[in-house]
Design a protein around this ligand. Structure first.
Ligand code: ADP
Length: 339
């Protein structure tokens, strides 16, 4: 598809370049031949006047005139040839440059289309697995002749749980698609970091309580330009992960630092940590480290961090991670200060 689009675009570039080049060539040819013909006319006029006035015309003047006319015809022919050669050269150069430029023009569009295809195939794959499991479980029980009311109730409860998970997955996919569309979609306003942190901590507190985990919030207040709702969601994800991937009775801390242009926020835990191999991939869509899978920590589809990263990047910020396996992890978020 892109190969033919590239050829079409090259043809358009070539057409534009050739139209300009041919138009210039015609103008140059016309101006030059007009000038030559004007010169020949003046010569002829002088000779005719001399003849009319009865002056004898020396043979060398007559032969010079004939030579001049032949020279003019030859010059016109050579000019035409030179212009054709120049246009042929321009055709080859414009074709090559046009093909290269068409490739460069289409590259971001191709990347975007590839990314969309990957997104759709990842999403369908993730949706297919739980749906197939749900379908087979329902079918098996439907065929069971000794299926009791109590068993039916259990099955319905389990199915609702699965449907809830699918609901969460589709919500996450929608969020990811929404934040993928860059910063234009966010409503940026002056927001206080401590309000965002307070809300995020509040949301995660019930889970932390279940695990007897203390959340220590020493983040200073700073003003940033951001979308309150989106940023709160990003920090909920980071805090939720810190709690999820920590053993009971540990501490999760939230702190901050002001640099010249940025607010730096640190979310640290004393949890399972992230191996070097996983570190570069945890922000990828649907990526879950083996340690997270094997511990079967509930919930996640490996979308939280990629959504958080998209949100932070849409605010012209950045996110990085440092971790030691079995010791703990620190995520650092940098966001531009309000100015
Ligand atoms: P999930 O829904 O699996 O938590 P995320 O995108 O939020 O998805 O995280 C991706 C993976 O990164 C997790 O599966 C986990 O392996 C790893 N991870 C994220 N945060 C932490 C953390 N604080 N400590 C250890 N591992 C983490």
């Amino acid at each position: 598809m892109f190969a033919s689009a590239r050829l079409k675009l090259t043809a358009w570039y070539l057409l534009i370049a050739m139209l300009i080049s041919v138009a210039f060539s015609v103008a140059i040819y016309k101006a030059s031949t007009d000038e030559l013909e004007r010169f020949a006319r003046v010569q002829r006029f002088r000779i005719e006047r001399r003849i009319q006035e009865g002056f004898p015309l020396p043979p060398e003047v007559r032969s010079r005139f004939t030579t001049d006319v032949a020279l003019i015809t030859e010059t016109k022919r050579r000019l035409l040839l030179a212009l054709v050669a120049i246009n042929a050269g321009i055709f080859i150069i414009a074709g090559t440059v046009g093909y290269f430029l068409a490739g460069r023009t289409l590259e971001p569009i191709q990347d975007m289309v590839d990314e969309q295809h990957r997104f759709i195939s990842d999403a369908s794959h993730e949706l297919r697995t739980p749906l197939t499991a749900l379908k087979s479980s329902l079918e098996v029980h439907l065929r069971d002749k000794n299926f009791t009311l109590k068993q039916a109730k259990t099955l319905i409860a389990e199915s609702i749980e699965d449907v809830n998970k699918l609901h969460l997955l589709s919500d996450n996919l929608l969020q990811l698609a929404q934040y993928q569309k860059a910063s234009g979609q966010l409503s940026l306003e002056k927001v206080s970091l401590s309000t965002i942190m307070r809300e995020a901590v509040q949301k995660v507190t019930p889970l932390a309580k279940q695990k007897n985990i203390t959340i220590k919030n020493t983040a200073k207040d700073m003003l940033i330009s951001g979308d309150m709702y989106a940023l709160t969601n990003a920090f909920i994800t980071l805090l939720d992960n810190a709690v999820k991937y920590s053993d009971n009775k540990k501490t999760v801390s939230l702190s901050s630092k002001k640099t010249l242009a940025n607010a730096e926020i640190f979310i640290s835990d004393q949890g399972i940590g992230i191996s070097r191999k996983d570190m570069s991939r945890i922000f990828d869509r649907f990526y879950r480290a083996d340690s997270a899978r094997s511990k079967s920590v509930s919930g996640g589809y490996g979308l939280g961090l990629s959504i958080a990263k998209k949100i932070i990047e849409a605010h012209a910020g950045s996110i990085s991670v440092e971790s030691k396996l079995h010791k703990g992890t620190t995520f650092t978020v940098r966001l531009p200060l309000f100015s």
